[in-house]
Write a protein that binds this ligand. Sequence first.
Ligand code: FAD
Length: 424
Amino acid sequence: MQTQNTQHRHTMPDIPTLSCDVAIIGAGIAGLWTAHRLKQAGFTVVLVEPYAIGAGQTICSQGIIHGGLKYALTGTLSSASESIADMPNIWRACLAGEGVLDLSAAKVLSEAQYLWSTGSLKANVFNFFASKCLKSRVKKVKKDAFPAALQHPAFKGNVYQLNEPVLDIASVLQALATPLQSAILQVDGQKGYQVHYATLASNAPYIDHLSLSSQGRQVRLTANHYVFTAGQGNAQLAEQTAFTSMQKRPLQMVTCTFPAYVQPPSLYGHCIDDGATPRMTVTTHPMPSNPQQVTWYLGGKLAEEGVLRSMDAQILVARETVGNLLPWIDLSGTHWRTICVNRAEPLQPSGQKPDTAHVELQGNICLAWPTKLALSPRMADKILSHLQPLKITGKHSDTRVFQDTLAKLNWPTPRVANLPWESE
Ligand code: FAD
């Protein structure tokens, strides 16, 4: 991506122009959710994607629609857990085709996730779960209803069921991308688009237009407003502005793929010990090439602390952790690999986890990080509440002209990114 300052609007006769109300840069969960919400509100919207849909954090996420309970492990209901509490219901309504967006084509891997302890729970956590405010959201599970992976006589801990679904994230991305189709423009990597800034007397950052290129073709994209939802790419996009800086929280996740002839039990949830971060978070995913074969995707403290280890050392620690926590699971013939990926978020004092979705508006640019997949609906609503009062719908482009131009343009569209365990 390059940036340029444009002093005067000039027309480029050979290059077609596409005009819309809002151009969104980055088609991860944040960009896609925002595009749908703006479209519903009458905005004409274009998404620009240099790689693949959801490449970056979304496709690497564990797909857990947190309601905040994981964040309450310290025994207090923090502002993080409160701001996220509605999210499972908002997503569930969408999955049922009755919510703000239609996610009925997306797959749910598990209706709930579990917290399990290695021994007895620390008293403060136990009391907290038993407290009135959480009773409806956390259920102590009886032995005979334990998830299959924990139904072993050697397992001595407690299990709690959290009313939080786990989603197949590739199917979520596909369900959101399909209706947007030709409005998601693929460009040739970061070199495939240039941001042209204009200089305003007010010094507010103001984008004049974007120049896009793909496979030897070019188009000039003009919009009334521009939304940056490029995840880690936001830092570079916002370089020329005074937006909040970005922090990266690196993770070294681990995948454990079982051989095709083994059907390991599914497991979704967090193993907790005495810390505020789960010792290990496990989600179970069918391999796209052979749905009979499954991968356990491992995160939590294992992934946070794992950034200091080499890949081989991280695999050794992961094998050992699974072996210690779940010694009855047969790991013979399993294939292990690691995935290094950063969480991209607004800078926090002392690098801590942000609690809420972050949205900032300056000039004609909006910068956004959902900070969690689960919080994308909240982030998109914040963007909508910034843009709706500006009454910009139709100002820059008539809907019919926009649709005709888009159809005539017939620009290449990106595919959904590969799941991290899909590519060898
Ligand atoms: P991204 O998903 O990173 O998408 C950015 C998009 O912009 C991509 O399409 C990318 O190709 C494009 N892009 C990148 N660079 C540029 C650039 N320079 N210019 C233009 N476009 C660019 N949250 C949960 O709620 N539940 C979970 O279980 C969960 N698990 C996680 C596990 C891991 C390992 C990680 C890393 C995060 C997890 N999260 C989870 C957090 C969640 O994944 C992110 O908050 C969310 O996906 C961010 O979405 P996004 O669209 O902002 O960014």
